[in-house]
Design a protein around this ligand. Structure first.
Ligand SMILES: N[C@@H](CCC(=O)N[C@@H](CS)C(=O)NCC(=O)O)C(=O)O
Length: 210
């Protein structure tokens, strides 16, 4: 049976947990990361020399990097969430790369500043800068969704890019991350509401951010 290492409050682990729900694959999960440790042990480092979560092991095959894990699970289970059409697949890949290269770095201090830093220790200038940078990213995606008509990022068909960005959108729309001046983004909000109907989102992404 597939084994997943990672704590459930990690955005990158949430992607994998949601995906496992989508493909209906049986799995077992071991706690790893932050207060759970494990990631610095020799055994874990032998699997994942980055010492990060998530990592999976499936029939002797070890894989890390959350977005790669989603691609692997989709291919292994023949899921339509990773489209066969080259243009549709490349577009999903593009949004997943954009999450790592652009959105993730932009929004990091918004989440960390408001959710993982006590109120009296917050650097609000850095939080507000991250809100502006993340807001610019989400405004771009809002325009893209509006142009393609939704309900998903690239139109009628949900892909693994919706899972990846949906996990991050939880850190934008959540009540835990409200600050003044966040742009109102109707197409993005409608997309996020559509994702909220997926059981995998409800189980792993909707719970309170910690
Ligand atoms: N690009 C990697 C990033 C992995 C990563 O940075 N994971 C974070 C959690 S979201 C982590 O391992 N943090 C340290 C820890 O939990 O101990 C991926 O997507 O898998």
């Amino acid at each position: 049976m597939l084994k997943l290492w990672g704590r459930v409050n990690s955005v990158n682990v949430k992607k994998v947990l949601w995906m496992l729900e989508e493909v209906g694959a049986p799995y077992e999960r071991a706690e790893a990361g932050m207060e759970h440790g494990v990631v610095d042990t020799p055994d874990y480092r032998a699997m994942n020399p980055n010492g990060r979560v998530p990592t999976i092991e499936d029939g002797g095959f070890v894989l890390w990097e959350s977005n790669s894990i989603l691609r692997y699970l989709a291919m292994k289970h023949g899921s339509a969430l990773y489209p066969a059409d080259p243009a549709a697949r490349a577009s999903a890949d593009r949004w997943m790369d954009w999450q790592f290269s652009t959105l993730g770095p932009a929004e990091r201090n918004l989440f960390w500043g408001l959710v993982r830093t006590p109120a009296d220790k917050r650097d609000m200038a850095s939080v507000m800068a991250a809100m502006k940078a993340a807001g610019a990213c989400w405004t771009m995606l809002d325009a893209h969704i509006a142009k393609h008509g939704g309900p998903y990022i690239d139109g009628a068909t949900m892909t693994i890019a919706d899972i990846v960005l949906g996990c991050y959108a939880r850190r934008w729309f959540g009540e835990e991350v409200r600050v003044e001046g966040m742009p109102v983004l109707p197409a993005l909000a409608a997309w996020y509401a559509t994702l909220g109907e997926r059981p995998g989102f409800r189980r792993w992404v909707a719970p309170r951010l910690t």
